[in-house]
Write a protein that binds this ligand. Structure first.
Ligand SMILES: Cc1cc2nc3c(=O)[nH]c(=O)nc-3n(C[C@H](O)[C@H](O)[C@H](O)COP(=O)(O)OP(=O)(O)OC[C@H]3O[C@@H](n4cnc5c(N)ncnc54)[C@H](O)[C@@H]3O)c2cc1C
Length: 747
């Protein structure tokens, strides 16, 4: 009998915590020396200055102060500030920088996410200019923010991004703008001057910002619609940073409620404007700019929470191992001394769950960052094409996409056909078609971004609570190694800013029904089935079955009505669409972890440093991915079941509960009651006592038209075979893993 791979590797296990070689392969930057250097720079700032600041209690003040200000200098000197800039503006990394910034955020958040936010908020301020600004705007503000080069004497500019306004204006609903732009002065043949009135709430970097990018609406009939404008602290009027926010989180960043009342030239409108019929018409509305910005920056935020989870593993392991050392009980070599709390299955299993969640969230986040690096290129090509064709504005673009949309469906259908059977000329033609490829990629980008922001931060924050709990009372002290208590609280901010979970769920509820996305999801199911054939230990089979169940349920929810005749899948029906979006996020996280494990298996063999221990490492990561797939499948299945069944009316509550009660008593039962519920049917005793019951009973909601759902769900349940064994094995591996004597940063 031939042994399976799993049996062959059964004795192997990962012996140390994963190092850079492993991460570079899994997150696909082993061939990017520039990124490896950025990681090292960010890490030295994080585990040096940032950790010292946190350990010294610098988080205990709301105000921005000199000590916190050291961060800005450190980011400039280590190259982190310039990492955002393009080479033509003094930066040193060419091309899209989503992965670069994601790695910086990850490294800084490994120690403190407030410090990461302080670095990233400057990029966020520049992002509207980077995405939609005119050439002049880009040149001016990017160069001003670039740290001084050797021999240069100047202070670099710092920026803030000002969207959120005091209640009752902008928050989750970014359309409710209170900020106003009006014409202050418009002399013949001269550039108009604008009067900007804007107040901000919870604005990061405000204490030291020289300029802000602010969203405002028209407050004047001579200005059309909304826009974003650049305001400088030397513009005439008021540029007041306002009072400090009394934050419970991210205290290594500055947050204030600023007030602006300034006169600025119309050339500060981001992306420029035209004059049409004596009206100033901004080239981009504030929502167009914001969409282009958040589409990318939210991925970076997602990775901040991933770093927290993975950074928690080592401190928890050390705490568990050392818990009973000292005193009279046990000496080296005894299980109590060597393993401490790791003798207890629950402590280990919970750690496995935290680790697996952290891995899946990092895999999803970095996959999204890489995807956006690719997507940026095609998006730029699309913009250029539209510009050439004179297609401007969202409505005109939508019209122009009508035909390419059909062609994109055709391309996706052809892409799964065997090469010998498809029309290769047509296939190549579609492959080169910018709009077709743009639409295909966009459909995935529009899912990946909200999915990782939502799941990594939201479920991440919940999982950080688990991490804190494993440290016992220590977890909720300032002394907790790895600052886990701070990280737990901080994760909630990551789930809130740049759009809380409701915003991401709302976006997903639309984008996840895009036919192009769904077609790619179908292909991912096939991909998982294939992986299950070669690497069943990863949990790919479970995941494929769960994706299938999700897909079937989506179709059902899109078509079905509830017991009152109301559509189930509807924009305002958050009870259906929001949890269903959550279900998809679970699946995506598990998928990307599986893909990263396979990448490690394949590419790790070429790395001489890893070759010897690769088998055990892959084995351990496969166990984690199996655990994660089972959990994700369980969540997706639970959500789908609740939604598919939960909106049908119970045939007769009174009769049903009477039946349930009586069946437990096994007394005389009236089987011929109409509308007997599924709970009663499920009782074998009752059914067997009078075989006529199921036939006599009214139609049961459980089985009416949902046989296929039940079949898929039963199949999925069977796929969970072995998942708990994988968890046991991962837990056992953790007990044997070597960890350093102490954390590599002050704590
Ligand atoms: C420390 C910190 C730093 C920040 N930095 C910045 C910054 O630099 N720049 C900036 O512009 N903003 C910043 N923000 C603001 C942040 O982005 C907002 O707080 C966030 O977008 C939520 O807005 P809100 O607080 O007004 O919540 P609300 O809009 O009041 O929403 C509260 C809750 O209500 C629910 N809800 C609201 N609307 C809906 C809806 N339509 N559908 C379903 N549910 C809904 C959601 O559950 C939501 O979480 C920061 C915030 C903090 C705390």
């Amino acid at each position: 009998m031939t042994k399976t791979k799993t049996q062959d590797n059964a004795h192997l296990s990962m012996t140390t915590l994963p190092g850079d070689d492993i991460r570079q392969i899994m997150w696909r930057f082993s061939d990017r020396y520039d990124l490896q250097m950025v990681v090292q720079s960010a890490r030295s700032v994080a585990r040096g200055l940032v950790a010292r600041l946190v350990a010294e209690g610098t988080r205990n003040t709301h105000e921005w102060n000199e000590k916190k200000g050291q961060l800005l200098a450190a980011y400039d000197e280590s190259g982190l500030t310039a990492a955002f800039m393009d080479p033509e503006h003094g930066g040193y990394i060419p091309g899209p920088k989503n992965l670069t910034l994601a790695l910086v955020a990850y490294e800084l958040s490994w120690v403190d996410a407030g410090a990461a936010t302080c670095s990233l908020a400057g990029n966020l301020a520049l992002a509207p200019i980077h995405e939609k600004g005119t050439q002049e705007q880009k040149q001016k503000y990017m160069s001003a923010c670039l740290p001084p080069q050797a021999g240069e004497k100047r202070e670099p500019w710092r920026g803030a991004f000002v969207l959120t306004e005091p209640i009752p204006y902008v928050g989750v609903d970014a359309g409710m703008l209170g900020g106003r732009a009006s014409v202050a002065e418009w002399k013949d043949g001269k550039e108009p001057m604008l009067q900007i009135e804007k107040r901000g709430r919870f604005i990061t970097n405000m204490a030291f910002a020289n300029f802000v990018t602010a969203a405002v609406d028209s407050g004047d009939e001579r200005i059309k619609g909304s826009c974003m404008v650049i305001l400088e602290n030397t513009d005439p009027g008021t540029f007041d940073a306002g009072s400090h926010t009394l934050k419970l989180v991210h205290q290594l960043s500055s947050t204030c409620d600023p007030i602006f009342s300034l006169k600025v030239p119309a050339s500060r409108i981001i992306g420029g404007y035209t004059i049409q019929n004596d009206k100033i018409v901004p080239n981009y509305s504030h929502s167009e700019v914001i969409e282009a910005v958040f589409k990318r920056t939210r991925v970076t935020v997602a990775l901040m929470s991933s770093a927290k989870l993975l950074s928690a593993v080592e401190p928890i392991m050390r705490y568990q191992r050392q818990r009973f050392r000292g005193g009279s009980a046990g000496s080296p070599g005894t299980p109590r001394y060597d393993l401490g709390l790791q003798q207890k299955e629950d402590a280990l299993h919970r750690l496995v769950d935290i680790w697996a969640t952290g891995e899946a969230s990092a895999s999803l986040g970095f996959a999204a960052a890489r995807f956006f690096d690719d997507f940026d290129v095609i998006e730029k090509a699309k913009e250029e094409l539209f510009q050439k064709q004179g297609i401007k504005g969202a409505r005109a673009q939508l019209k122009a996409f009508k035909q390419p949309m059909e062609a994109a469906k055709e391309y996706l259908a052809m892409s799964v056909q065997p090469e010998s059977e498809r029309d290769s000329k047509r296939f190549q033609e579609l492959e080169k078609d910018t709009l077709v490829q743009y639409l295909i990629k966009e459909s995935v980008a529009n899912v990946l971004c909200p999915a990782c922001k939502l799941w990594n931060t939201g479920h991440g924050a919940n999982t950080m609570r688990e991490a804190v709990s494993l440290m016992g009372g220590y977890g909720i002290t300032e002394d907790c190694p790895g600052f886990l208590g701070h990280k737990w609280m901080d994760a909630q901010l990551e789930a809130t800013y740049e759009g809380p979970e409701a915003v991401q769920r709302r976006q997903l509820s639309i984008t996840m029904t895009n036919e192009l996305f769904l077609e790619q999801l179908r292909q991912w199911i096939l991909e998982m089935r294939k992986i299950a054939g070669t690497n069943p230990e990863t949990g790919a089979c479970t995941l494929a079955s769960a994706m299938n169940l999700w897909l079937w349920s989506l179709k059902h929810l899109l078509e079905a009505k509830d017991a009152n005749g109301r559509s189930l899948y509807h924009g305002t029906r958050h009870g259906v669409t929001f949890p269903f979006a959550d279900a998809l996020c679970w699946l995506l996280g598990a998928r990307h972890l599986i893909l990263d494990v396979l990448e490690l298996r394949e590419k790790g063999a070429d790395n001489p440093v890893l070759a010897e221990t690769l088998g055990g490492t892959v084995q351990f990561f496969s166990q984690l991915s199996c655990v994660q797939s089972a959990r994700a499948a369980g969540e997706a299945s639970r959500i789908a079941t609740e939604l598919v069944f939960g909106y049908n009316r119970h045939p007769s509550w009174q009769d049903a509960s009477k039946m349930c009660y009586e069946s437990e008593q096994l007394d005389s039962i009236e089987y011929s009651m109409p509308g007997i519920c599924s709970c009663a049917q499920a009782s074998g005793d009752v059914i067997e006592k009078d075989g006529a019951h199921p036939a006599k009973a009214g139609p049961c909601v459980r089985f009416s038209g949902l046989e296929e759902f039940n079949r898929l769900r039963t199949k999925l349940d069977g796929c969970l075979t072995g998942a708990r064994l994988a968890k046991d094995q991962a837990a056992d591996a953790i007990t044997k893993m070597m960890i350093p004597e102490a954390l590599d940063y002050p704590s």
